[in-house]
Design a protein around this ligand. Structure first.
Ligand code: PLP
Length: 384
């Protein structure tokens, strides 16, 4: 049976090198890093190394990195940590295409009294700059914008947007869960205050993430308890997964330049073939300002879910809409925010590649798709 995994924006396989790095911390090296004896000291040193590895990938300082349980926790810590102490004076500005980890956190904080603005995007998924530029920003404002969209791969210009917000005295958080490990991030030149990342999107296991908090920027923790993570996040550290995240970041840093060029070429080949061989196919999202690994294509008049099921029968995994919204047949909030017509939004498919994707796998998808689209069109009630 073929096994082709093109759903890497949902999650990635754990890299063998990452597995190898973490395993000893599930067997012999089981000390608690807070213990003063040698069992503790040994694992503490490895947490320090992981922190340096994560910081190096981001162009940050090790003390600016806090380990968390996932990307969602990192987003929550930044946004709620900013808003709660300010109560009703807190102002949150975000976008309509954010992941629920940001959107639902902001909406919940609105119920607690914060004011929340969701800025729209255009048909290509790019932020509506006139709407954004017209907003007032002050020291009680946190702008939270994603660096890369999980469904379309579209990139917001976080360098420029964060610089504008800092000039105007506001604070800036970016959900960088989809970009970290796939394209360069350099926080020495991008003046964000907070950044969220997640291990399982870059070949570390599920259940570990990190939050960058710029030096001297104050943020209360979400979890209170012991003094782990310099008081930023209570709870005995998940040592094995933290070590894994460090190893994954180092691997990403080592291979990024070569891998992203190779993955981009494969993605472009897949996309060009789908657009030319499947009638009524259309790309969703800006073709240029995009992650190298993602393509999101609509196949008018047929259901994305139908395509996924037929691909699955052939051992090919892709996604329609975001992994977190599948299960519902409504078009995703991202497609709706982009103003994509219903019949197109409903037929969208996301293919997301990784460093493990091969040319043969891409060719197999290129071969599989036209007959699937043809068959589903024949069954479609919308096509005469
Ligand atoms: N933000 C984005 C853009 C995502 O794609 C995801 C996961 O799909 C998250 C946040 C949440 O990350 P986690 O699954 O680690 O909580």
């Amino acid at each position: 049976m073929t096994n082709i995994y093109l759903d890497n924006n949902a999650t990635t396989r754990v890299a063998p090198e990452v597995m190898e790095a973490m395993l000893p911390f599930l067997t012999d090296r089981y000390g608690n890093p807070s213990s003063i004896h040698r069992f503790g000291g040994l694992v503490r040193r490895h947490i320090d190394t992981a922190r340096e590895q994560v910081a190096a990938l981001l162009g940050a300082k090790p003390q600016e990195i806090t380990f968390t349980s996932c990307g969602s926790e990192s987003d929550n810590t930044a946004i709620a940590g900013f808003a709660r102490p300010r109560r009703t004076t807190a102002r949150l500005i975000t976008s309509t295409v954010e992941h629920p980890a940001v959107l639902n956190t902001c909406r919940h904080l609105a119920e607690e009294g914060a004011s929340v603005v969701e800025v729209g995007v255009d048909g290509e998924g790019l932020l509506k700059r006139d709407e954004f530029d017209a907003l007032s920003i002050d020291a009680n404002t946190l702008v939270s914008l994603m660096w890369a969209n999980n469904e379309t791969g579209v990139l917001f210009d976080i360098d420029e947007l964060s610089a504008r917000v800092k000039e105007r005295g506001g604070f800036f958080h970016t959900d960088a869960v989809q970009i970290v490990g796939k394209a360069p991030v350099n926080l020495r030149k991008t003046p964000v205050d907070f950044l969220a990342l997640s291990g399982h999107k870059l070949h570390a296991p599920k259940g570990v993430g990190a939050l960058f908090v710029r030096d001297k920027v104050k943020l209360p923790p979400l979890l209170y308890g012991g003094h782990q993570e310099s008081g930023m996040r209570a709870g005995t550290e998940n040592v094995a997964f933290i070590v894994a995240l460090g190893a994954a970041c180092e691997l990403a840093a080592t291979h990024m330049a070569d891998e992203s060029a190779r993955v981009r070429a494969l993605r472009d080949r897949l996309e060009a073939a789908l657009l030319s061989s499947c009638p009524g196919a259309k790309l969703n999202g800006d073709a240029q300002k995009r992650l190298p690994n993602t393509t999101n294509v609509s196949f008018e008049f047929i259901e994305g879910e139908g395509i996924l099921l037929m691909l699955d029968e052939r051992g090919i995994a892709a996604s329609s809409g975001s992994a977190c919204t599948t299960g519902s047949l409504e078009p995703s909030h991202v497609m709706r925010a982009m103003g994509i017509p219903y019949t197109m939004a409903h037929s969208s498919c996301r293919f997301s590649l990784s460093r493990y994707t091969t040319e043969q796998e891409v060719d197999a998808v290129i071969e599989a798709m036209p007959p699937i689209v043809k068959r589903l069109r024949q069954l479609s009630p919308f096509v005469k």
